[in-house]
Design a protein around this ligand. Structure first.
Ligand code: FES
Length: 76
């Protein structure tokens, strides 16, 4: 399900990023553009992050940014 229609950011993508170690909307915004355009998804995105933090998934070793680069939060 899309959280951010403007930037095609899904709930699954946000949960993957939280599992990868990103803990704030600011961090996820930099990687995905979520809430960067109209901003109407801001509160929903924060709720998804809070939900993901409350029920963590298995860790992710690296993620691909919206520019196509791989990033490993554990190494930064
Ligand atoms: S829906 Fe996310 S910035 Fe517009």
């Amino acid at each position: 399900m899309y959280v951010c229609l403007c930037n095609a950011v899904t709930e699954r993508r946000i949960r993957e990023l939280v599992a990868a170690g990103y803990r704030s909307l600011d961090e996820i915004q930099l990687l995905t553009g979520c809430a960067d355009t109209c901003g109407s998804c801001h509160d929903h995105a924060e709720a998804v992050i809070a939900s993901a933090l409350a029920a963590p998934a298995l860790p992710v070793m690296s993620i691909e940014t919206h520019s196509g680069q791989l990033h490993s939060p554990a190494l930064s």
